[in-house]
Design a protein around this ligand. Structure first.
Ligand code: FMN
Length: 170
């Protein structure tokens, strides 16, 4: 792995996990990359909740897609809206943007280490807040299932716009 482009090509959402639990070394490496993410005014509004083994069923209740239960480890990426930057002119909360950057640092670092994960946002956030007793200022933004790819995991074919279609034509 030598270039960012190669890492971006390597990163895929993984939805099929082996039995192996994520190692402390891999998780520490990933969190070092998260720590270095940029954020508006450098406010760093992110907080990550590590789901305890005894709480697995709680997080699986919040996102019931069957593949999700195949992971053994989970993080809940939360935004602290008391900390995130709100633009003076119109009050726009930049927490979601900061979270997007931090979580993608997470996913790219995971890909580099061969760790399997997948962004999950289609969960029941109200239920999550209740089951994990999150304070009002902490919004659960993304679930991150964690592990290593199953031996028979097959990457989905990549479908992306061509570069030409990224430009606003005028
Ligand atoms: C903000 C965001 C939310 C997502 N939420 C979900 C989700 O709830 N469930 C899921 O299976 N995948 C989810 N994904 C993964 C996308 O489906 C996936 O990134 C996309 O299809 C491209 O595939 P790739 O990640 O393998 O390149 C999400 C991705 C992003 C960036």
């Amino acid at each position: 792995m030598s270039t960012l482009l190669e890492l971006c090509e390597k990163r895929h959402s993984v939805r099929k996990f082996s039995e192996k639990r994520i190692t402390a070394e891999d998780l520490d490496y990933i969190m070092q990359c998260v720590r270095l993410a940029p954020s508006a005014v450098n406010y760093q509004p992110w907080k990550f909740l590590r789901v305890k083994d005894s709480e697995r069923e709680k997080i699986r209740q919040c996102y019931t897609n069957p593949w999700f239960a195949g992971a053994q480890d989970y993080l809940i990426a939360c935004c602290d809206h008391k900390i995130s930057w709100h633009r003076r002119q119109d009050g726009k909360d930049h927490g979601d943007i900061d979270m997007g950057i931090a979580v993608e640092h997470f996913c790219l670092a995971a890909a580099e280490r061969g760790v399997a994960t997948c962004w999950v946002c289609a969960f029941d956030a109200v239920l999550c807040t209740k089951l994990f007793d999150l304070p009002k200022n902490l919004e659960p933004v993304a679930f991150l299932p964690l592990g290593y790819p199953a031996v028979d995991f097959v990457e989905r074919e990549r479908t992306r716009k061509v570069i030409e279609d990224l430009w606003i034509k005028r």
